[in-house]
Write a protein that binds this ligand. Structure first.
Ligand code: PRX
Length: 649
């Protein structure tokens, strides 16, 4: 019996457009197959060769030491510095090339060339040194999306301090927990930032977090918003004062390949946040190689990943991956609807963005806002689109392709995790025929398998649990301070295999269809249904903007399907529409999946990274009070509104 019953049927297929393919780095199935097969059959040979393409300060003597599994050591004996890979190596050829094109929410802009980025990183590294930050220390970063944020990551890397970026929307308590868990001794922040025209007072959040944190000796403060801030003269120092008077050169610290590069706490839609550990050599190689091949980076590209650097996507695909390839990146400070709902598209037009990488939740929002915000801008510069973060509903995929991509741009639906460090299952845009809703096939070195709960491989077409059979260079090296939790969480379900916690189906053509977290499964009459597939069916109805589906206990069927639905602006709520939607799901994927109940939701509760918090909806659906941790919830008023709607019914 399969672990999850898959009911999504999607047969549309889109081969790479000929014009794209003709110029792509990888153009044929044969090239992909040869490289992927080699990476699986001979990982040492493959990764050894790939790794030699990045600059080492001292060559490695062994590609992988897996003798102490699941604790991997990659590129043993090698020394390198991540900031040198991202900046110094480009100075000779690309010193005058734009590295960062930045746009503030109010419309102010700044551009740094690679030479300017180098100078900024060196000055900041010297400033951190002056404040007593040492190799091996941890530095917390709590910043808005400004160029200094990228410089902060690279400056830490340059002196061998690990960074721990905490997304600028987290509360003082969450920041404090992460600073303490990581044992950070310094914080880099800003006075404030702009979001929908509102001032976000970052420094005062830091003040509150640090009030009871003993170990932090320095808070380095970028002046961004110009707002009033409280000041502790022993601890606080202005970035522009300290950094400006530093020397613009500093030699990068030769780091061991396995030295800690950063900690990143997972957004934790379940349980206590985990400090995911990434080390230098393997991570940088994974980010660099995947960025080059998945985004098919070319010298003239203007690449925009809309993720905040507070998430792993921002680490790997705003900072390390693209900069390691000497790309020109766009960074935007603010909200997509500030000051209007076409801001992203205005930016694409203004900066002639060629590659856009964003999240399904954003795409669904843009769909709901309406095409008119998109079509009044010239998006003809775009040549490639990407998505990441959750399964993308086929309807959203098609809209992305047609309305944003003008039908001309391949879409790379990239599956990966904070833990994988870099993209793991993905199309290669010049090679793979894409299918809406499928992340398609494994990237180099990734050896996936779909298993039932006993660890037996399920037949093609059946849903099951995704596992990875081999270590890969950018994999997490552990959970900070808790090696046992690392072993338990990721390596104990199927001994010897990495368990990401996602449901998945592999079709007869070897394409992978990620079905969401296995915790998000509903068991109706003995059949385990992935909530994502029912949500996709709902979103394919023309009146539906977004939906979240959860189970509630049901005497007859075990669990019953409850669908929370956000309608498009033109649609009107009615009991008749509820019936229509129930019937629509039954028609699309079978009567088993027919929602027992449809509830209207003006908005859905989401984590700050945009993931729907289904555990909260489960409580609402079951009529329970929430005993759950809501610290990552983006907008508390959403919960109150959903409960009120329940009382109205
Ligand atoms: O469930 C998968 C989903 O996001 C999880 C990882 O979340 P996080 O560590 O926050 O990293 C997000 C950015 C890499 C995965 O276990 N996920 C991510 N990308 C996809 C996805 N699910 C389906 N398709 C994707 N492309």
């Amino acid at each position: 019996m399969s672990e999850i019953d898959s009911v999504l049927k999607e047969t549309r297929s889109f081969p790479p457009p000929a014009a794209f393919q003709a110029r792509a780095r990888l153009k044929s199935e044969a090239e992909y197959q040869a490289l992927w097969r080699e990476s699986i059959a001979d990982p040492q040979g493959f990764w050894g060769r790939m790794a030699r393409e990045i600059p080492w300060m001292q060559p490695f003597t062994q590609v992988l030491d897996w003798s102490n599994a699941p604790f991997a050591r990659w590129f043993v004996g090698g020394r390198l510095n991540a900031s040198a890979v991202c900046v110094d190596q480009h100075l000779a050829r690309h010193g005058a090339k734009r590295a960062i094109v930045w746009e503030g929410e109010p419309g102010d802009t700044r551009t740094w060339t690679y030479a300017q980025l180098h100078a900024e990183v060196c000055r900041l590294a010297n400033a951190l040194k002056e404040r007593g930050v040492k190799k091996g220390d941890r530095v917390a970063i709590y910043m808005p999306m400004v160029p200094e944020l990228a410089a902060a990551l690279l400056a830490c890397a340059r002196i061998g301090a690990a960074h721990s970026v905490v997304f600028g929307g987290f509360s003082a308590q969450s920041l404090k927990d992460r600073i303490e868990d990581g044992g950070c001794t310094a914080v880099i922040t800003a006075d404030g930032s702009w979001r929908r025209g509102k001032l976000l007072p970052l420094k005062s959040v830091v003040d509150e977090a640090l009030a009871s944190c003993k170990g932090v000796h320095t808070a380095l403060v970028v002046k961004r918003a110009g707002c009033e801030v409280a000041w502790d003269a022993r601890r606080d120092v202005w970035y522009h004062e300290l950094v400006a008077r530093q020397s613009a050169t500093r030699a990068p610290e030769p780091m061991d390949s396995e030295d800690l590069l950063f900690l990143l706490y997972t957004s934790g839609s379940t349980g206590k946040p985990k400090g995911i550990m990434h080390t230098t050599g393997g991570y940088v190689l994974g980010a660099a190689l995947s960025a080059r091949y998945v985004f098919d980076l070319r010298d003239e590209d203007v690449y925009w990943c809309t993720a905040d650097v507070g998430w792993v996507t921002g680490h790997s695909y705003v900072v390390y991956g693209p900069l390691a390839n000497a790309a020109t990146i766009v960074m935007y400070e603010g909200a997509p609807d500030a000051p209007h709902r076409g801001r992203f598209w205005e930016l694409v037009q203004k900066h002639k963005v060629t590659i856009l990488y964003t999240a399904p939740t954003a795409i669904r929002t843009f769909m709901r806002w309406g095409d008119e915000h998109v079509t009044k801008h010239d998006l003809s510069s775009l040549r490639l689109l990407g998505t990441v973060g959750e399964p993308i509903n086929p309807a959203a995929w098609m809209w992305y392709r047609d309305t944003i991509g003008g039908g001309r741009c391949p879409i790379v639906d990239t599956w990966w995790q904070t833990e994988t460090g870099s993209i793991a299952i993905t199309p290669l845009p010049g090679v793979t025929a894409t299918r809406p809703g499928s992340a398609t096939r494994p990237f180099f070195g990734i050896d996936p398998v779909v298993l039932d709960k006993h660890g037996a491989e399920v037949p093609a077409g059946s849903g099951g649990l995704l596992a990875l059979r081999k270590p890969w260079p950018s994999m997490l090296r552990g959970i900070w301070g808790d090696p046992e939790r690392y072993r338990q969480t990721y390596w104990s379900k199927f001994p010897g295999y990495y368990f990401p916690g996602d449901g998945c189906r592999k079709d007869a053509d070897g394409y992978y269809w990620i079905m969401g977290r296995v915790d998000d499964v509903i068991k109706v009459s003995g059949h385990r249904l992935a909530t994502m597939e029912i949500e996709s069916a709902l979103v394919s109805h023309p009146d539906v903007a977004e939906s979240a589906v959860v189970g509630r206990p049901d005497e007859l069927s075990g669990e019953a399907v409850v669908a929370f639905v956000t309608l498009k602006p033109h649609a009107v709520t009615s009991d008749a529409l509820k019936e229509t939607l129930r019937a629509h799901v039954a028609k699309e994927i079978g009567s088993l999946a027919r929602p027992a109940e449809v509830r209207w939701a003006a908005a859905l509760p989401k984590t700050r990274s945009g993931k729907i918090m289904r555990r909260l909806l489960r409580d609402i659906a079951a009529g329970r009070e929430t005993a759950q941790d809501t610290s990552t919830l983006e907008d508390f008023s959403v919960l109150a509104t959903l409960r009120a709607a329940e009382d109205d019914e």
